[in-house]
Ligand binder design. Structure first.
Ligand code: ATP
Ligand code: MG
Ligand code: FE
Length: 347
């Protein structure tokens, strides 16, 4: 099936064309990072306004890249949540309008489910896992551990009790006067720093559960800055490397424990923080040492994009999209559970 997927949950406007839930024919992304940077984070009103401005152009770009016209599209998938409601609405109304005009089915999709299954797409640099796998979502708003038994079939093992990993990166970067998105800046600065220079806490460093907490670590960095001032040069690099190491330690400790506890042999990292070079390197080493297989999508499929919705869009269209137009009950949801059991038929 040839499916058009649309993503506008935060500050990326993206449209992709995916064949059979695996093959990426196009994945056009317009990022609003430069617009939000001057405010140090995403401004919801600006985000929705810019989605409206960009969506047509991104859609045309995707069609051009794939060398297709709209009548080739057999179904639509669109992010319904979680995300900023005003931003989500732009993608949702675009998908609904196109589906209605072309008389094709449309399914609403969960953004996190997209992150979690992006690694099932085909690509030169993507290695696809078999089921089941342990999926760690590390993104701007989430730090969740799931057992993925199949498309639509997930079991939540644990999640952050306060800040998400990406949020911690962004907030720490802000304290250090670094530009949004902070994870990118910290990753870069940390490359020349010593990860053992400052001893930051490893929150929730326990085998008892698979939950995370990053707000205490963020406070520890704030206290360090209060005591020593905003560092520069080598000290800035050292602080970034030490903070990053604490985050990576906790993420991998929990993920590897979860693999062991649930006898899973495959680990999948997903979401924007999965771009982090230290996390990728340490995950590779740890998985090798433990006899696990590691799967991480290329960075362009880890940060927000519409192609990552391809596998689940195909899956839910096959299950739910048989009627002529099923999109009239799709609505934006700022928070949204994921998986089969949570879906209400969209008709
Ligand atoms: P969610 O997916 O939870 O709704 P989101 O869509 O805003 O949140 P993503 O786009 O998946 O989040 O990821 C963005 C996050 O990834 C930001 O917090 C950003 O700082 C972080 N990030 C991006 N690149 C890196 C990197 N190299 N190292 C660490 N963090 C990074
Ligand atoms: Mg973003
Ligand atoms: Fe995301």
């Amino acid at each position: 099936m040839l499916v058009m997927t649309i993503e506008s949950s935060c500050d990326e406007t993206s449209v992709a064309l995916i064949k059979d839930g695996r093959q990426i024919l196009a994945n056009a992304v317009a990022s609003q990072i430069p617009i939000h940077r001057r405010y140090g984070g995403v401004v919801p009103e600006l985000a929705s306004r810019n989605h409206i401005r960009d969506i047509h152009q991104v859609l045309n770009e995707a069609l051009d890249d794939a060398g297709l016209t709209l009548d080739a599209v057999e179904g639509f998938g669109v992010t319904c949540g979680p995300g900023l409601v005003g931003s989500l609405l732009v993608g949702i109304e675009t998908a609904r309008a196109l589906a209605f005009a072309l008389n094709k089915p449309v399914v609403g999709l969960n953004h996190l489910e997209g992150h979690l299954t992006a690694v099932l797409l085909e690509g030169d640099t993507v290695k696809n896992p078999e089921f089941p796998y342990l999926g760690l979502i590390v993104s701007g708003g989430h730090t969740d551990l799931y057992i993925v038994r199949g498309l639509g079939n997930y079991e939540l093992l644990g999640r952050t009790r306060d800040d998400a990993a990406g949020e911690a990166f962004d907030k720490v970067a802000r304290m250090l006067g670094q530009p949004y998105p902070g994870g990118v800046a910290i990753d870069r600065l940390a490359k020349d720093g010593r990860p053992d220079a400052i001893e930051f806490p490893r929150p929730m460093w326990t085998r008892k559960n698979f939950d995370f907490s990053f707000s205490g670590l963020k406070t520890a960095v704030a206290q360090h800055i209060d005591a020593h001032g905003i560092p520069e040069g080598q000290q800035l690099n050292d602080l970034c490397a030490s903070f990053q190491e604490a985050v990576v330690d906790v993420l991998l400790f929990k993920a590897l424990n979860a693999c062991e506890a649930h006898k899973l042999k495959r680990l999948v990292l997903s979401g924007g923080v999965a771009c982090n070079s230290r996390l990728r390197q340490r995950a590779q080493e740890a998985c090798q040492a433990e006899g696990l297989e590691l799967f991480v999508a290329p960075p362009s499929l880890c940060t927000d994009n519409a192609a990552m919705l391809g596998p689940i869009a195909e899956h839910y269209l096959q299950l739910e999209g048989d009627s002529e137009f099923v999109g009239h009950t799709i609505r934006a949801q700022s928070s949204m559970p994921l998986g089969h059991s949570e879906r209400t038929p969209a008709r």
